[in-house]
Design a protein around this ligand. Structure first.
Ligand code: NAD
Ligand code: UFG
Length: 333
C-alpha cells in the first residue's frame, strides 16, 4: 500500500484527482483541507463515485503542529499539494494572506518530508508563471517569473523556486511541478464540479452563473485583441483529463524536479466558449462587451508535447465534453 496525503482534496481539481487515485487499490488516501473554499460533503460525493471513502482531516496547513502529528502517525509516500488560495483579484487586495497561505503552507509540508526514503511530491502550479512571453504557446523551457501581474501568480513562481532549492538538499525528493492551463468541466456523474464560494472570476463559473441567472450578464473583457474574433484565447482543459495527468505523473516520478505543462495545446476564444455553451444548453446568454481586464494576456496556451512524450499522457476530452458535463452538474444541483 502507498500512503498518500492530498492537500486541498475537497476542492475542484483535488476532488476529481482523488476519484482517479481511488481507482488504484494500492493507494490509501488522506485528504487535508481547511474547507475555506470547499465543503466536507465532497468527501461523500467522492465515495459515491469511487465506491471507497478517503480519510478526511479538517485542518489548516498553516497549523504546523497539526501537520507534524499527522506525519508522525502516517508515513506518506506521496504528497499531492493542491491547497492554496487562487483568486487573482483577491490576491491583489490581500497579498500577505496569499503569500502566507500559499508559501508558508508549502514550507510546512516540506519541513516534514522524510530525507531517508523517497517521497513523491506533486505541486499544482499554473500557466500564470509564464507571464508575458514573445510567443503565446508556452514551453517548459521558457524563462518564468518575469512580468507576473499579481501576487497569486508570484506565489506559484516562488513556490516553484522553493521546491527547486529544497530538492538540492534532499536526494530522495521526487517532485513534479504541474503547470495547469485553464481547467473546466465537471465529473461526468454530475456529482463533482466547480462551485466557488463568492463571486467567481474565471470564465466558466461566470458562464454558469449567467446561464442560471445568478449573474445578469457576462462581461466579455475586450473584443479588440489581435486574435481571430478579437476576444482573448486560452487553453481550456477538462478537469478529468487534468486529474488523469496527476496519475501519469506519479507513474513517472523521479528524484529531482520535473516540470510539465498540462493543457490541450489548443487555443479557444471567449466568444467560442460562449457560443459552444449556448449551443449545448439551447439558451442564449446575456453578454456585454466590456473593457479589457487589467493584467490579462491576449493569448496563452500550452505546448503539451513534453507531458505527451514523457508521461504518455494526452487529453481525451473536448470543450464540448466539458460543457456537457458542466450542464449535467448544474442540473443536479
Ligand atoms: P479550490 O479552491 O477548489 O481548491 C483548493 C482547496 O484548498 C480548497 O478546498 C481550500 O479549502 C483548500 N485550502 C486553501 N488553503 C488551505 C490551507 N491553508 N490549508 C488547508 N486547505 C486549504 O481550487 P482548485 O481550482 O481545485 O485549485 C487547486 C490548485 O490548483 C490550487 O493550488 C490552484 O492555485 C491551482 N490552479 C488552479 C487553476 C484553476 O483555474 N482552477 C489553474 C492553475 C492552478
Ligand atoms: N473572461 C471574460 N469575462 C469574465 C471572466 C473571464 O471575458 O467574466 C475572460 C478573461 O478576460 C480571459 C478569459 O476569459 O480572457 C479566461 O479568464 P479566466 O479568469 O477564466 O482565466 P485566466 O486565463 O485569466 O486565468 C486562469 C486562472 C489563473 C491561472 C490561469 C492559467 O484564473 O489562476 O488561468 O492557469 F493562472
Amino acid at each position: 500500500m502507498k500512503k498518500i496525503l492530498v492537500t486541498g482534496g475537497t476542492g475542484y481539481i483535488g476532488s476529481h484527482t482523488v476519484v482517479e487515485l481511488l481507482k488504484n487499490p494500492d493507494y490509501s488516501i488522506d485528504i487535508i483541507d481547511n474547507l475555506s473554499n470547499s465543503k466536507e460533503h465532497v468527501v461523500d460525493l467522492i465515495a459515491e463515485i469511487a465506491g471507497k471513502k478517503p480519510n478526511f482531516i479538517k485542518g489548516d496547513l498553516l497549523d504546523f503542529e497539526l501537520l507534524k502529528s499527522l506525519f508522525e502517525k502516517n508515513d506518506y509516500d506521496i504528497i499531492i499539494h493542491f491547497a492554496g488560495l487562487k483568486a487573482v483579484g483577491e490576491s491583489v487586495e490581500k497579498p500577505l494572506e496569499y503569500y502566507e497561505n500559499n508559501i508558508q503552507s508549502t514550507i510546512n509540508l516540506l519541513r516534514l518530508v522524510r530525507t531517508d526514503k523517497p517521497t513523491d511530491f506533486i505541486f499544482s502550479s499554473s500557466a500564470t508563471v509564464y507571464g508575458e512571453q514573445d510567443s503565446p504557446k508556452c514551453v517548459e523551457t521558457m524563462q518564468t517569473g518575469t512580468k507576473l501581474t499579481n501576487p497569486y501568480g508570484r506565489t506559484k513562481y516562488f513556490i516553484e523556486e522553493i521546491l527547486k532549492d529544497y530538492a538540492n538538499t534532499n536526494p530522495n525528493f521526487c517532485a513534479t511541478i504541474l503547470r495547469y492551463f485553464n481547467p473546466v468541466g465537471a465529473h461526468p456523474s454530475g456529482l463533482l464540479g466547480e462551485d466557488p464560494n463568492g463571486i467567481p472570476n474565471n470564465l466558466m463559473p461566470v458562464v454558469m452563473r449567467t446561464y442560471t441567472g445568478e449573474i445578469p450578464a457576462l462581461n466579455i473583457f475586450g473584443d479588440d485583441y489581435d486574435t481571430p474574433d478579437g476576444t482573448a484565447r486560452r487553453d481550456y482543459i477538462h478537469v478529468v483529463d487534468l486529474a488523469r495527468g496527476h496519475i501519469a505523473s506519479l507513474e513517472h516520478s523521479k528524484p529531482g524536479i520535473s516540470i510539465y505543462n498540462l493543457g490541450t495545446g489548443l487555443p479557444t476564444s471567449v466568444k467560442e466558449i460562449i457560443a459552444a455553451f449556448e449551443e449545448a444548453s439551447g439558451k442564449k446568454l446575456n453578454t456585454n462587451i466590456a473593457p479589457r481586464r487589467s493584467g490579462d494576456l491576449p493569448e496563452c496556451w500550452a505546448d503539451p508535447s513534453k507531458a505527451n512524450a514523457e508521461l504518455g499522457w494526452h487529453t481525451e476530452l473536448t470543450i464540448a465534453d466539458a460543457i456537457r458535463d458542466t450542464l449535467n452538474y448544474l442540473n443536479k444541483q
